[in-house]
Ligand binder design. Structure first.
Ligand SMILES: Cc1cc2nc3c(=O)[nH]c(=O)nc-3n(C[C@H](O)[C@H](O)[C@H](O)COP(=O)(O)OP(=O)(O)OC[C@H]3O[C@@H](n4cnc5c(N)ncnc54)[C@H](O)[C@@H]3O)c2cc1C
Length: 398
């Protein structure tokens, strides 16, 4: 029997997790192709530490060459459209590699392109976007770092949009990383930090109390349950009408999945799935969603993205009838949130927390004391993921 064509949109945690999981167990029954827009991947979790100088780009960027060498095919290009009726995916060429195919067919499709930062509903953003910088994108992290290391007085505003957005604690991590640098530079006090959250509590709720007490100790002011609706040259406006001046703006825009998902009838703001453990489209049985782009009732983070990719892989493997043992998987994770350093040492401390969605109700856990060793644990976890997904076993251990 001819090998089935398995096409994956997105060479990130969910896309590569799925591609490797299927390729490993399907053998000759499947031909796996990943279409992804950049010929490299930059991992997310430790980007806030670029602000404090504790992380370097070279440790968090990976190429796809090793995976390519293991038999998984790659097409580098920007997916612009899916036609699920015709089982076609359309690709536009993006620098720096030519898209070797502009139209790709499939027997099974996994859609895992992550999120889009959507400022559409924020007035004034189109003119003032360049005044904003955050830790979410390469390039913008660097801009934010330069601004944080040069500001001498005034107000920094950090903003978290309504959930769901990718990586619940990242806005608080950003606020505390900025605090740490300002304290280190001896300008904290002349520079103040205002943290605005569209949600009723800093996210995720399981560590909201720890974050709030850290903010109190650091003297960071907070406004909770308010959305930013307008950005001007020197002030933001909240949905209450209140205007707040800023000298440095670090806001995360609201998130959604890329538009081609909605245009293909595969969901609205997010890719619609049948069930978290059966992430097929309810409309097209051969199309699966995973990772941040999928509408899952869980936080959008790396562990959930990876777990959803294994649920999808198990379904495809079952459908292929290769008789492989399914991957052991459940929605549960242990995570860490960076909470800066109150003395201004460039040695970030972190809080450790866990969420187990396999129990009903979901079981949260945490150690409420931020510790340095948790920052190092998070580094090992992140590097472990990169090694597992992007390298052959012999090359691990940076
Ligand atoms: C600053 C930051 C901090 C974070 N901190 C944590 C943390 O502490 N803990 C944690 O668990 N998670 C954290 N995350 C979240 C974690 O990185 C994501 O949840 C995870 O990467 C989601 O995996 P994904 O595969 O859905 O998306 P991604 O890993 O983003 O991969 C999506 C891939 O799709 C590609 N793509 C996008 N659009 C297209 C297109 N049109 N055509 C082709 N390819 C496309 C992208 O280039 C990318 O390679 C953080 C993320 C960021 C940005």
């Amino acid at each position: 029997m001819a090998a089935k064509r398995i096409l994956v949109i997105g060479g990130g945690i969910a896309g590569i997790g799925f591609a490797k999981a299927v390729a490993e167990k399907a053998g000759g029954s499947a031909e796996v192709t990943v279409v992804t827009k950049d010929p490299f991947y930059m991992t997310g979790p430790s980007r806030p530490l670029i602000l404090t100088g504790e992380q370097r780009y070279e440790r968090i960027i990976r190429g796809y060459e090793e995976i390519g060498g293991s038999g998984i095919r790659f097409v580098f290009g920007d997916v612009t459209r899916i036609d699920p009726g015709e089982r076609k995916v359309y690709v536009a060429e993006t620098p720096t590699r030519p898209a070797v195919a502009r139209e790709l067919g499939y027997d099974y499709l996994l859609v895992a392109p992550g999120v889009v930062y959507d400022w559409g509903a924020i007035e004034g953003y189109a003119e003032n976007w360049w005044r904003n910088a955050n830790v979410y994108e390469p390039g913008r992290v660097d801009v934010l770092k330069k601004r944080v290391w040069s500001i001498k007085k005034g107000r920094v505003i950090v903003y978290a949009p309504p959930m769901p957005y990718r990586c619940a604690p990242a806005p608080s991590e950003t606020a505390m990383a900025i605090y740490t640098v300002l304290k280190h530079r001896g300008v904290y006090g002349d520079v103040e930090i205002l943290y605005i959250d569209a949600n009723q509590k800093p996210q995720p709720p399981v560590i909201a109390d720890v974050i709030m007490s850290r903010y109190e100790e650091a003297g960071i002011e907070t406004i909770l349950g308010r959305r930013i609706t307008r950005v001007d040259a020197d002030a933001v406006e909240l949905d209450s009408g209140e205007r707040l001046g800023y000298d440095l703006l670090a806001m995360l825009e609201p998130n959604r999945a890329p538009r081609f998902i909605e245009e293909a009838g595969l969901g609205g703001k997010w890719f619609e799935v049948k069930r978290p453990d059966d992430p097929r489209s309810p409309v097209y049985d051969d199309v699966y969603g995973a990772g941040d782009a999928a509408k899952l009732p869980f936080p959008k983070n790396q562990e959930i993205a990876y777990e959803s990719s294994l649920y999808a892989a198990n379904r495809v493997l079952e459908d292929l009838g290769v008789g492989a043992e399914p991957y052991t998987v459940q929605y549960a994770f242990l995570g860490w949130a960076y909470l800066g350093n109150l003395e201004g040492r460039l040695e970030t401390e972190s809080v450790q927390f866990g969420l187990n969605f396999a129990t009903k109700p979901p079981k949260p856990s945490k150690d409420p004391v931020p510790r340095r060793r948790y920052t190092l644990d998070k580094d090992r976890w992140e590097q472990g993921y990169l090694d597992r997904l992007f390298h052959k076993p012999a090359e691990t251990g940076r």
